[in-house]
Design a protein around this ligand. Structure first.
Ligand SMILES: [Zn+2]
Length: 369
């Protein structure tokens, strides 16, 4: 059963149709939207205030803010807007060995045109490969937890290093507003989960891999007062317009779908998630675009009929590339794909701690803007 307003459906564990005939996902999204910053009348004022405050706090420092860039539209545009609004950002990138050539081109091109310093952290491939393989062996859904967690660590560490209080991220309500179903990923601060899975299945010790725990979040936000901000929410963000500006002004080259700047993400979202976990992440992104009037529902339904891989050749190429790079034999990979998923919670976890922090943070949370 598919919701008649968005494209979420009953393959999602906590999906249900509410009294008004629409699903809990789009109802929740529209409720949140009504109270959201981007729709406030004084958005422009708020934006100017906030940018001025960042400039003020940046006085005497090398940078005003840190912007994490992946090569995707959202983070590229956040960097673009930071510069266009007179901020002095440090661009930070985590090179996990899976960048598509296009992503590398886009990042290099962007920082050069915007005259921004770029700090790239290159991960230790042997360690990372061992950790990724252990996540495969564990049969858990969120293999990207490793990279997302390392990204958090990198951004916060760089902010602290330069005494910067603001991390501007490309995450935004306009295109990512609908919440990702809980069953589709795992808490990004659960370092205990990472360690526990790696301890059980890994072969080499973790020495250099960046990690960022729930406690780290408390320390960096509470003690160093560093804030992670959805910067694009201060603007009337429209992805199509952003892409147009980036392509025409910055020589940016677009990707066929969101998050396809990394070969691993492309393979994970286009192949592993649909086939092993029965999850098509496009549904959430595209539903948000429908609800914000950026796409027609009929067009989205057509789009979803197509494979998450736009070209059959890319799929085969990526399959060979990814399995070879990780060191899987064909039989091993087929075995992985046929095994049933196992919940993250079956391994060690600090979710209990996260829940306590969440409850307590109601009293101490830093104001967003
Ligand atoms: Zn819906």
């Amino acid at each position: 059963m598919v919701c008649s307003r968005c494209v979420m459906d009953d393959t999602i564990p906590d999906f249900h149709i509410c009294e008004n005939g629409y699903c809990n996902y789009c109802n929740e999204f529209l409720e949140t939207r009504a109270t959201h910053a981007i729709y406030e009348k004084d958005l422009k004022e708020k934006r100017e205030d906030f940018i001025n405050r960042m400039k003020q706090d940046g006085k005497g420092k090398e940078y005003d803010c840190v912007v994490g860039v992946s090569g995707g539209v959202d983070s590229s545009y956040a960097l673009y807007l930071a510069v266009k609004n007179g901020l002095r950002p440090l661009a930070v990138h985590l090179d996990n060995g899976w960048n598509s050539e296009l992503a590398t081109h886009n990042i290099a091109n962007l920082v050069q045109k915007l005259k921004v310093d770029l700090y790239t952290h290159v991960i230790n491939w042997n360690e990372n490969r061992d950790m990724q393989l252990s996540f495969f062996k564990a049969d858990v859904i969120d293999i990207e937890l490793l990279m997302d967690n390392a990204m958090l660590a990198l951004n916060y560490q760089m902010a602290k290093k330069y005494g910067v209080k603001y991390i501007l991220s490309g995450s935004n309500f306009s295109t990512e507003g609908m919440r990702i179903p809980q069953a589709w990923n795992h808490n990004k601060y659960d370092v205990t989960n990472i360690r526990s899975i790696h301890k059980k299945f890994g072969k080499i010790p973790i020495k250099t891999h960046l990690l960022f725990s729930s406690i780290d979040k408390v320390i960096y936000e509470g003690l160093y007062k560093i804030r992670w901000l959805p910067f694009l929410d201060l603007f009337e963000y429209n992805k199509k317009n952003a892409l147009h500006i980036l392509t025409t002004e910055m020589g940016y080259k677009p990707y066929p779908y969101k998050h396809y700047e990394s070969i691993f993400t492309r393979f994970y979202q286009g192949y592993i998630l649909p086939r092993k976990f029965n999850v098509d992440k496009r549904k959430v992104h595209l539903s948000t675009l429908i609800l914000t009037g950026q796409m027609e529902r009929a067009n989205v339904l057509e789009l979803l009929k197509e494979s998450p891989y736009p070209q059959k050749e890319t799929e085969q190429e990526d399959l060979i590339f990814v399995t070879k790079k990780l060191g899987f034999t064909e039989a091993e990979f087929n075995d992985y794909m046929s095994r049933p998923p196992i919940p993250h919670e079956n391994y060690g976890s600090e979710l209990w701690l996260w829940k306590i922090i969440k409850r307590l943070s109601k009293f101490v949370t830093l104001k967003k803007f």
